[in-house]
Design a protein around this ligand. Structure first.
Ligand code: ADP
Ligand code: ZN
Ligand code: MG
Length: 491
């Protein structure tokens, strides 16, 4: 457990993240191999990504575009001459013994990214954004280790923040907004379980006002929970050391998810250890005007801005706006539904509740389901006009999704239109009264008690399609002959 920090207020944590973003591209960053998760181990490899002698890397333009798009969205100054460099180190998952990365001239520098943290918005400085290749994956199985080189050479963008985050939960909220952002930009799928998005968290604690303390780097955190728990533990551990008058050792640690603590991994290597030098087989990348134009074209409204606009433009609640902008597909679906004539408030409500629930149950996504914005708009229109009741609308929704049919067709063909016609409803009601002599007697005596029973029966006989207001009126009419009699139950 985290050591208790009794004078925590006197100490100030500083956190900087190094976020690794796997880019969505068809092929790897320096060769033609497929960039995909989950294929058979070592299926997507070639001499280039396996680092055979004499091979030549070639830069994937899709990857470099993705890196620039992200750097631009993070407000960075974009490099007009970006240089690839070799970062030298040995590890079994790195067959070349060096990683092609960037050091002196990365894609972007000096940006800022704003997330809402505990309800407040503060920009966090982005130190740099660079493009590199990912390493392979080592799988430890008992006393043997297996190597899968499918991931070797897949395009990875590293985003380095300034040490401006000040709590574990702030870092978590920042990363959540960051994840939404890369997904809205379409540069990364944000799948943390599969490692598409992961981060190293750097954290130091110092006496408040005394600047940055000695830093510990926690490697390879691949869930929001790990980020939060590892940082909370580490802040507690460092604070306790300082309180006892000790000094925090600068080192790299790992989060042990089984024991809920960080453990030392190695003493931090310095940049010199990597002996960076320019990659001789790749020329510097010097983007031209058309390239920068292509970057601009890929920019989108970021989720935080979209959240604000949805609230403003459609008067949805803060909670609804947050749900609608949690996934780019949901925001798109919502706005297209409104554009197709759907009621905004109803659309927000249905997307957040019934539609979400039903799709979850079927393990389907909004984009992959048979519901379309046009179909939802049509359904909500029928609900608004009273053509169907709320309860029936839910049945129609289920049929639209399960049977790939238009809501109008479902309502007409399956006879689900709400029944308002008194000529249809009155005989049903009269029949029910006739079949229940006790009820008939109560009505004759002017008692209101059977009204609820009658409503329920009419609904049963019409499979829920009777318009409740119309049924109410018809029930009231039953009492008219007894109107001047003693009405004991009326208040
Ligand atoms: P390194 O020498 O480990 O490469 P950098 O200065 O490149 O360190 O920073 C790496 C990350 O660590 C950045 O996100 C940065 O904000 C963060 N960082 C640097 N110094 C500190 C510190 N004293 N406390 C917390 N985070 C820090
Ligand atoms: Zn390859
Ligand atoms: Mg560094």
């Amino acid at each position: 457990m985290a050591p208790a920090a009794s004078f925590a207020a006197a100490y100030q944590p500083h956190i900087g993240l190094e976020i690794h973003v796997q880019l969505i591209t068809a092929s790897k960053v320096f060769c033609q191999c497929r960039n995909a998760f989950g294929d058979r181990p070592n299926e997507n490899v070639c001499p280039v990504c396996l680092g055979y002698p004499g091979i030549l890397p070639a830069l994937n333009s899709e990857a470099v575009l993705g890196a620039y798009v992200l750097a631009r969205a993070l407000g960075c100054t974009l490099s007009t001459r970006t240089v690839f460099e070799r970062k030298n180190y040995f590890y079994p998952d790195l067959p070349k013994n060096y990683q092609i990365s960037q050091f002196g001239a990365p894609v972007g520098r000096d940006g800022a990214f704003t997330a809402e943290i505990d309800g407040l918005r503060a920009p966090v400085g982005i130190r740099e954004v660079h493009l590199e290749e990912d390493a392979g994956k080592m799988i430890h199985a008992g006393d043997i280790s297996l190597l899968d080189y499918n991931r070797t050479g897949t395009p990875l963008v590293e985003v380095v923040t300034q040490p401006e985050l000040t709590s574990a939960t702030a870092a978590e909220q920042f990363l959540e907004e960051f994840r939404r952002t890369v997904r809205f930009l379409g540069v990364c799928d944000g799948n943390m379980e599969q490692g598409s998005l992961r981060c190293d968290a750097n954290v130091s604690v110092n006496r408040a006002g005394a600047g940055l303390g000695n830093k510990v780097e926690i490697k390879n955190l691949n869930s929001f929970k790990f980020v939060r728990n590892a940082l909370a533990f580490e802040i507690g551990r460092q604070t306790a050391i300082l309180e006892e008058g000790g000094a925090v050792r600068v080192e790299t640690r790992l989060w042990n998810e089984n024991r809920d603590c960080t453990e030392p991994m190695r003493v931090k290597e310095s940049e010199d250890d990597y002996r960076y030098f320019p990659e001789p087989d790749l020329p510097p990348f010097c983007p031209d005007e058309p390239f920068f134009a292509a970057v601009e074209e890929r920019l989108v409204e970021l989720p935080l801005a979209r959240r604000d606009r949805l609230r403003e433009q459609y008067a949805v609640t803060a909670q609804q706006a947050a749900f609608l902008t949690a996934e780019p597909d949901t925001a798109e679906f919502f706005e297209r539904t409104v554009a197709a004539g759907g009621d905004a408030s109803l659309a927000a409500r249905w997307l957040g509740a019934d539609i979400r629930g039903y799709l979850n149950q079927r393990r389907e996504t909004l984009a992959g389901s048979h519901l379309t914005p046009e179909r939802l708009a049509a359904l909500l229109a029928m609900l608004n006009s009273g053509a169907v009741s709320g309860k029936i609308a839910k049945q129609v929704l289920a049929k639209v999704i399960a049977e790939d049919r238009d809501p109008d067709a479902v309502v007409e063909e399956d006879g689900l239109r709400q029944v308002t016609d008194a000529g249809v409803l009155r005989p049903i009601l009269e029949r029910i009264v006739a079949d229940n002599p006790r009820v008939a007697a109560q009505i004759a005596a002017g008692e209101r008690k059977p009204a609820g029973f009658l409503m329920g029966q009419v609904m049963r006989h019409t499979a829920g399609r009777a318009h409740p207001d119309q049924v109410h009126a018809l029930i009231d009419a039953l009492y008219e002959p007894a109107q001047n009699g003693e009405s004991n139950d009326r208040d």
